[in-house]
Design a protein around this ligand. Structure first.
Ligand SMILES: CC(C)(COP(=O)(O)OP(=O)(O)OC[C@H]1O[C@@H](n2cnc3c(N)ncnc32)[C@H](O)[C@@H]1OP(=O)(O)O)[C@@H](O)C(=O)NCCC(=O)NCCS
Length: 163
């Protein structure tokens, strides 16, 4: 369990392990993932990625244990990046999320020159909100009743980090 964590770009073959993480109950609860999402949906989304889509994968002991992605805006939002991430339930609380987020922010700051990085997170996802706050994100607003879950409609927080 003390294997080093490697952060690398996405590559072919990652769809199946990423799909398995996407279907974990806490990922379904904390993101837009549906329990019916198919491997083919994940592969199609990964294949459709263009030059403005950047994605890192975390690997430990040869296994994919998490991912984080950033999409750069077009036209007048060229300075903005939108991010999302997930970590395998068996690997939480060991800094994988922090490493993935750090890699995205280094890319955004050091190479892409983005001055605003934003995201939306389910309002009761305290763990994710804390992780983002530790990396300089602030809550800008709340989209009420924005996402449906089995227990009812939930709010989304809009968070951003400006540089
Ligand atoms: C949000 C999420 C990505 C965080 O991933 P993670 O790998 O657990 O994140 P980290 O380990 O870097 O940080 C989380 C916690 O572990 C702690 N931690 C970090 N490094 C640690 C280490 N080496 N040893 C022990 N604990 C550590 C952090 O202090 C933090 O604690 P806190 O939340 O109690 O303050 C993960 O919970 C997840 O995938 N959730 C489901 C999907 C999701 O919600 N995605 C975000 C949608 S916007």
């Amino acid at each position: 369990m003390d294997e080093p964590i490697l952060i690398r770009p996405l590559r072919p073959g990652d769809s199946e392990p990423l799909h398995a993480i996407r279907l974990q109950p806490s990922v379904v609860a904390g993101t837009l993932a549906l329990p019916s999402d198919r491997v083919a949906d994940v592969s199609a989304r990964l294949e459709q990625r263009g030059p403005d889509d950047h994605q890192f994968v975390a690997e430990a002991g040869g296994r994919v244990v998490g991912t984080a992605g950033l999409r750069v805006g077009r036209g007048k939002t060229r300075h903005v990046g939108e991010i999302g991430m997930m970590v395998d339930e068996g690997w939480r609380g060991r800094g994988v999320g922090g490493l993935l987020l750090g890699a995205l922010l280094d890319l955004a700051d050091g190479y892409l020159g983005l001055t605003r990085v934003e995201l939306e997170v389910v309002a009761d996802n305290d763990r994710a909100v804390r992780l983002y706050e530790r990396h300089g994100f602030e809550t800008e607003g709340r989209k009420r009743a924005a996402i449906r879950r089995p227990d009812g409609l939930a709010d989304l927080l809009v968070m951003a980090r400006l540089r």
